[in-house]
Design a protein around this ligand. Structure first.
Ligand code: F6P
Length: 618
């Protein structure tokens, strides 16, 4: 017996009615399902279509959009007939777009990806045929120095810039333009002022530019290091601005810009401009080579608009830098400061969303690219002496008493590095924890730097006085607590020092990035040793597993030193392993690779739009 679903009545008639009703309802609901499916399918198609358009308008979609355009198609094909004018370029660009998309995909996929080979392949695939690369920096990667005995020595300077850029140049070839400052430099170049480097390997060319004493004094010591250096670091040393220095700075920027133009083998080279010595050069190169891709990397911090605003030539500097296609800083914070500075002092269009500035009809992308080091290769690390050997060698060389714990600092002798604050912390730690007296040695390597400047000489004297004071209080004549090694140390000697240490102190008062902390971590394949790192170094953002301190806070830094010296091996290992994987992944090839990928993208965009403009103007 069946029942009417609504009336609840039973019986034969009722059964018939019920059957009829049921089949009617079933048909209705089948129809409804059908309509629903059609509706959902149409909605799906519409959503897919809208998504496709949105994707076309996003960057990745822009690439496909450009591909479609090159095939003579619009967003919905076929809107345009294939253009014969675009045909010769299209095949080449299509291939490049594919490479570029592959590279983007690889970049998103691979976490361990960047190394010299990948950087080379990026150059081959995406910038192939383009002249890669002209690098401009003040400091040269190697200097030739004539020794007292008449022999020639080749030196690597103590410079974060050189540490980072040199491996990139080895991978990329190209030409590096820098100031020839070594006493034997002139004798070591050919008649075009060039020398192949590294010695014996000849991977790239260095073109040396010669400066007169007055030019070096005004441009390098004066405007760059007495003006811009303290201005950007805001480390309680007054910037000095002299008209004469500014004039030399301008002159030398022009000299180097002319050298770039002379070295360029095409009208659109890729030029990598390094640092605050060349704020005016990008616009100077742009005037001569309007199609060049100019990547300027500012290795030091950028201050807030108020601090920067005291520079008498603030507008000229900003305008010079905006000659760049891409302007790179270590951190987002420095990018933000720069954009706000432009906003305050220039009439420019700023697109915060895309981090671009349009000035004088040209667009500059302002982006952060945290610099790093070359991660040591296994064939190199296999040759390293063990930490125990490094320690024994150090103890013997410096006469450190057996059983001492050792902390190290490695810097240029510069007031921004917080060496005085570090020594104060060492002193305070010995006061607070007398158990470390006669059980602890602090080794400070301080490579002499810019010693022609009063401020630097005065600083060196202050450090010497602080060292003497601490040694008089806590050391013995045959076993001083602080060993101040005020001389240049080669890379290998520094690596041995890092491997010998229980802790490494990086206490910069302000630093764009700081590479000492990364080199220390790279040297510790035994996963031991503790890093104490200033929160005011750009590196602190990437390395939170260090003991992060405010170097102005002497108690905090002293406590961190005590904590480092008493940290259990398991905790050291845990922190060090994480730091090592971060630095290994975020290495210098990634730094260069990200910048060059962005450059390739912008070059391609520029070429496509030029071609399209030309085509539509026909
Ligand atoms: O890393 C910052 C930096 O200013 C580099 O630009 C420079 O090469 C380095 O410090 C060392 O300074 P200098 O070249 O004046 O010895």
């Amino acid at each position: 017996m069946s029942f009417h679903p609504i009336t609840g009545e039973a019986g034969p008639v009722g059964d018939l009615v019920l059957m009829h009703d049921l089949s009617f309802i079933e048909r209705r609901s089948q129809d409804t399902r059908k309509y629903l499916i059609i509706l959902i399918a149409s909605l799906g198609v519409m959503i897919a279509f809208v998504t496709m358009i949105v994707a076309q308008l996003s960057w990745r979609g822009w690439v496909s959009g450009a591909q479609a355009l090159l095939r003579g198609e619009g967003l919905v094909r076929p809107l345009l007939p294939p253009s014969p004018e675009l045909a010769p370029l299209a095949a080449d660009l299509r291939e490049r777009l594919r490479d570029l998309e592959d590279e983007v995909r690889r970049g998103q996929r691979s976490l361990d990806g960047w190394n010299a080979e990948r950087l080379q392949s990026l150059l081959r695939t995406q910038l192939r045929g383009d002249q890669v690369i002209v690098v401009v920096s003040n400091r040269e990667p190697y200097s030739h120095v004539r020794q007292a005995d008449g022999s020639m020595k080749v030196l690597r300077p103590a410079s974060g810039l050189v540490t980072a850029v040199e491996p990139v140049m080895r991978a990329c070839s190209g030409t590096w333009i820098a100031h020839g400052s070594g006493s034997g430099d002139r004798e070591s170049v050919d008649r075009h002022d060039r020398v192949a480097l590294p010695p014996g390997e000849d991977d790239y060319l260095l073109r040396r530019v010669w400066l007169s004493e007055e030019q070096e004094q005004g441009y390098y010591y004066g405007f760059a290091n007495e003006g811009l250096w303290p201005l950007c670091h805001v480390a309680h040393v007054r910037p000095v601005f002299r008209e004469q220095d500014w004039e030399h700075y301008r002159q030398v920027n022009q000299l180097f810009a002319d050298a770039v133009v002379a070295e360029a083998r095409s009208d659109d080279p890729v030029v990598l401009v390094q640092d605050y010595h060349f704020a005016l050069l990008p616009a100077m190169v742009r005037r001569k080579l309007p199609k060049a891709t100019i990547l300027t990397f500012w290795h030091i911090p950028w201050p807030n608009p108020e601090s920067f605003g005291i520079c008498p030539w603030r507008s000229e500097i900003l305008e010079g830098m905006l000659g760049s296609t891409i302007l790179g800083f270590h951190t987002r914070y420095h990018c933000k400061n720069f954009i706000e500075t432009v906003d305050r002092y220039l009439e420019a269009r700023i697109e915060h969303e895309h981090s671009t500035i349009t000035f004088g009809g040209e667009q500059t992308l302002v982006e952060s690219y945290p610099i790093s080091i070359e991660w040591p290769l296994p064939e190199e690390t296999r040759e390293w002496p063990t930490p125990e050997q490094c320690r024994a060698e150090l103890f013997e060389r410096l006469g450190i008493p057996q059983g001492h714990r050792v902390a190290v600092g490695v810097d240029r002798f510069d007031y921004t590095k917080g060496i005085l604050e570090r020594l104060n912390a060492v002193e305070r730690m010995l006061e607070k924890h007398p158990e470390w007296q006669d059980r602890f040695t602090f080794v400070q390597v301080a490579a002499p730097s810019r010693s022609a400047l009063d401020e630097y000489r005065a600083f060196q004297e202050r450090i010497q006085r602080a060292t003497d004071r601490i040694n008089a209080r806590f050391g013995r004549p045959e076993a001083p607590v602080v060993r101040l090694l005020a001389q240049h140390h080669e890379h290998d000697a520094v690596m041995r020092l890092y491997r010998a240490a229980d802790a490494c102190m990086v206490t910069s008062l302000h630093d764009g990035m700081n590479l000492v902390c990364k080199e220390f971590v790279a040297a510790r394949d035994d996963e031991r040793g503790v890093l104490i790192l200033s929160r005011f170094a750009g590196a602190a953002r990437e390395m939170p597993e260090a003991l992060v301190v405010n170097p102005y806070h002497v108690e905090e830094t002293a406590d961190a030193l005590h904590q480092a010296l008493t940290m259990p091996p398991a905790e050291q290992r845990e922190r060090m392993a994480t730091l090592r994987s971060t630095v290994q992944e975020f290495n210098v090839y990634r730094w260069a690779g990200r910048m060059l990928t962005d450059a390739a993208r912008l070059r391609l965009r520029q070429r496509v739009s030029e071609r399209v403009q030309r085509h539509s103007g026909d």
